[in-house]
Structures are given as structure tokens and as C-alpha cells.
Write a protein that binds this ligand. Structure first.
Ligand code: ZN
Length: 471
């Protein structure tokens, strides 16, 4: 087995930083060595990566992506091949994507279909959550089987999108009761979709059809109301672990913080778009431009304090994880489906490549520490979703490592750094005071010297255990 020594860097974990070398043997971390120790004990690695002046951190773990997901009459534009390659470019070494089951479909069949899309295509390792869009006896039984046999230990449900992926409160309760039995995590898209549909219909009837009305018809109150309701249902279901996805509103964060204070097993994530992009500056751009930033939950107004509250939530661990909800659509032929009707714009933003960069910029700006960057982008997502060998640099763990250069710079943009399969960048012109230097996936270098040197099919399916937070 080939050995690699990452030498001379500063190793950052969720709990601290120290100078040291990382010795990789084959696909795993073999040892962390004090400075000078490698020479003293005669380590003779096959390959040495000079990390002098650089940070050595666990590879990014993005637990919320949608590669080639069908939505709104089209399909997310990144395939597992293009999307995981872009992720690698961004220092991400594991994604957890979503297999989708709709009403009447067989859960196991749908999971198999997603395995077929991903197998042999991925640049980095991947797992699956299962979306349950239709709760019935068969899908409930399948949930238990997925936990026991398939390494799928989390199930996403929707309080939004009536008639599509929506579940009513009774269906949600039943699925939660099932998860409470098996130990699985329930992930929730918490927006009151029934009320939103009324506001959308009224908006369109008034002729308010521009992209910005996407946000104005999804007010923060309907995110916080659904968050509150999900938390209460989870409590009734036996304090089942509940993870609120893509949180965007201060009011919803308050619900999560209150539940955590009360001792409930409630967790939440946010995404870079909610930390950096707003209704006024992006979604409300003239004409149809704003379609680029139509996603749900929506971008919020900058005249309230959502962004600063979300950063605070990240500092306080009210928000445990940053994911991307990577769900890219091109403007041409995809977002354009909604010209003249914002409700027909496919919902989603591409960002899998830029999460490590954008959240690192939060370190530069003083919002969070380097350790918290590692914790929210690598360690906690791995622990939250039972990726036992990911998210840390420790002997025995998978050698998934990002070497980060804090002295170089990154400019994000369609003609700058951009490897996702989409015809625009949601973060055009953003400047990052740091740069992905080298990316290692299970011991194999996949990005170095501004080149992708990985290979399609290197990435393997990872069976996940139960959430480490509760077991
Ligand atoms: Zn999503």
C-alpha cells in the first residue's frame, strides 16, 4: 500500500489546531506525527506533500445535495459525475444525496434507481438519505429495512409542495413513530406548503409574477410555523431525532433554539446562500435575472437580521451543520420554464463546489473560528449522519483530507473558479481569502496544482450508521 506524508502543515480539527504531519497508509490515516518525528523515526513515505504554511483539515462532508434530481418538469443539471467532480474541486470528499420516493412508488425500487445513477460515476464517496413522499404501510416497512440493511439511516419529509412530495401531519407523525423505533433521523423541509400555495395563487392572479415574488409568497412565519409544528410532532413521536434542513429565517432558528433548550433532539442546518445572498441584492434583480436565486426555503430580506442570526446560530451550535442543498439548474431551458410565472421556476441553487470556500470566508470575517469551520462543514455532518470514518483526521479514519492555502485567493465566477454543470454562478464575483490546494480522497490525490487528477468511479457508496449524537 502506498504511503503519503502531509508534512509541515497546521492540522485543524473541531477542537483545536497543532503543527504536525499526517501519515497516510493506503486509504486510511495511519498516524499524526509531531513536527520532526517523521524524520526521527525514519518514515520513508512514497510521496510527500509539503503543507508548510497551509491548513490540513478533514475533507468536506456535504450532507444535502441533489444530483440529477427530477424537479418541476426538468432535472438538476449536475450528474453524479459532474457534481461530485465539482465537489472535489471545492475540497469536498463525501456527499449524502437524496433518493426520492413519491406516493405509490416502491421505496426500495427508488433507492435502487438512485444507486444506478451514482454507481461508477462519482469522484468522491457518497451516501443516500431517502425521501419519503408517500407514507403508507409499505413505505413505513421499507424505512425499517433501509436502516437495518441498506445503510440509509435518515428520511426526509416535506411540509411543502402539496400534491408533489408533501406529507400531512398524520403521515409525518407515522413516519416519525417509525423512525423513533429504528433510531433513524427525520429530516424536514419545514415550510407550510398549504398556506404558501394560497399566497402563490393570489400573487399570480394579481399579476405579480417576477422571481422576487417567490420569496414574498413564502414568508418567514410559514417557515417558523412549520418548524414549530415539526418539533411538536417529533416530541409526540417519542422525541425522535429531527433535523431541519436549509434553515433561512431568524424566527425558525428561534424555534430550534427553544427546542434544544427544552432538551429535545432537534438539530438544524443552514446553507451558504442564506448567509450571503438576499431578496433585494439577488432575487429581486431586474427582469428574469432573479430566477438564478429561486430556491426553497427562499432568500430573505436584508432589512431584517436573518443573516447575522444564522451566523450566530452557527457559533452557538443551534445550527450544527452547513450544507449546500446543491440543486443546480441552468438559466437556459430550465430556469426559463418560469418566465412570466415564478411558480414554474425550478427551485434550486448550485453550490457544492463553494461551501468550504464561502464558510472559510466567515472565518476571515470573524464570524466563526477555524475549528468551527471544520466542525460545521466536516465533523458534525459526518457525526450527525453516521459517517463513522469521515469528518476527522485520526488514525484509522478514511484519509479524506483537504490541504487549504490561507495565503492564496479564489475568485468565484463562471469565467473564474466554476466546475459545476450550470450556465451561471450564484456567487459570481465573490472573492475568497484562501484556496483549495490539495484534495485527498481515501488516500488518493484527486485535486492538486489547480488540476483535477481524480477519476470517475473512485467514489464508493458508504453505508451509514445511526447518528453519533444519540447512540
Ligand atoms: Zn434539498
Amino acid at each position: 500500500m502506498a504511503t503519503t506524508l502531509i508534512s509541515g502543515g497546521t492540522i485543524i480539527s473541531a477542537v483545536g489546531r497543532r503543527a504536525g504531519d499526517v501519515l497516510i497508509d493506503g486509504e486510511s490515516v495511519a498516524a499524526i506525527l509531531a513536527p520532526g518525528q517523521a524524520a526521527a523515526i525514519g518514515v520513508n513515505a512514497d510521496r510527500t506533500i509539503d503543507a508548510t504554511g497551509k491548513y490540513v483539515v478533514p475533507g468536506g462532508v456535504d450532507v444535502h445535495t441533489h444530483m440529477q434530481m427530477p424537479f418541476g418538469g426538468t432535472e438538476a443539471s449536475d450528474t453524479f459525475e459532474t457534481g461530485t467532480r465539482a465537489a472535489a474541486w471545492g475540497g469536498v470528499t463525501t456527499i449524502v444525496d437524496f433518493a426520492v420516493q413519491n406516493t405509490g412508488e416502491d421505496v426500495q425500487d427508488r433507492l435502487a434507481a438512485w444507486h444506478e445513477k451514482a454507481a461508477g460515476e462519482c469522484a468522491i464517496d457518497y451516501g443516500f438519505h431517502q425521501i419519503i413522499g408517500g407514507v403508507d404501510e409499505a413505505s413505513l416497512q421499507a424505512m425499517t429495512s433501509l436502516v437495518d440493511n441498506e445503510g440509509v439511516t435518515s428520511f426526509k419529509m416535506f411540509m411543502a409542495y402539496p400534491g408533489v412530495l408533501y406529507s400531512d401531519d398524520g403521515q409525518i407523525l407515522r413516519a416519525m413513530q417509525n423512525a423513533a423505533e429504528s433510531g433513524a433521523m427525520i429530516m424536514m423541509h419545514a415550510e407550510n406548503g398549504i398556506a404558501i400555495d394560497v399566497l402563490v395563487a393570489q400573487s399570480l392572479a394579481r399579476g405579480d409574477t417576477d422571481p422576487r415574488f417567490h420569496s414574498l409568497t413564502r414568508p418567514a412565519e410559514l417557515e417558523s410555523e412549520a418548524t414549530h409544528r415539526a418539533i411538536q410532532l417529533a416530541k409526540v413521536a417519542g422525541n425522535v431525532p429531527l433535523y431541519i434542513v436549509h434553515m433561512s429565517a431568524s424566527e425558525a432558528l428561534e424555534e430550534v433554539a427553544a427546542a434544544q433548550h427544552a432538551g429535545l433532539n432537534v438539530f438544524a442546518e443552514t446553507c451558504p446562500q442564506y448567509l450571503y445572498l438576499t431578496l433585494e441584492d439577488q432575487l429581486a434583480q431586474p427582469g428574469f435575472e432573479g430566477a438564478k436565486w429561486v430556491c426553497s426555503t427562499p432568500l430573505r430580506t436584508k432589512h431584517e437580521h436573518h443573516q447575522s442570526d444564522l451566523w450566530k446560530g452557527l457559533r452557538m451550535n443551534e445550527l450544527a451543520v452547513v450544507s449546500t442543498d446543491h440543486c443546480p439548474f441552468c438559466m437556459k431551458d430550465q430556469k426559463e420554464l418560469g418566465i412570466g410565472n415564478f411558480a414554474a421556476i425550478p427551485n434550486g441553487i448550485g453550490g457544492v463546489e463553494h461551501r468550504m470556500e464561502l464558510i472559510y470566508q466567515g472565518v476571515v470575517a470573524g464570524e466563526i473560528t477555524l475549528e468551527r469551520w471544520v466542525e460545521t462543514c466536516s465533523t458534525s455532518p459526518a457525526r450527525m449522519f453516521g459517517l463513522d470514518n469521515k469528518g476527522v483526521i485520526a488514525p484509522g479514519a478514511d484519509a479524506d483530507i483537504l490541504v487549504w492555502d490561507p495565503t492564496a485567493k479564489t475568485r468565484i465566477g463562471i469565467n473564474d473558479k466554476h466546475h459545476m454543470n450550470m450556465d451561471y454562478s450564484a456567487y459570481e464575483g465573490f472573492e475568497i481569502d484562501g484556496k483549495v490546494d490539495t484534495v485527498i480522497s481515501r488516500g488518493a490525490i484527486i485535486v492538486e496544482q489547480d488540476s483535477y487528477v481524480g477519476s470517475k468511479g473512485h467514489g464508493k457508496y458508504v453505508k451509514r450508521g445511526l447518528s453519533n449524537y444519540l447512540h
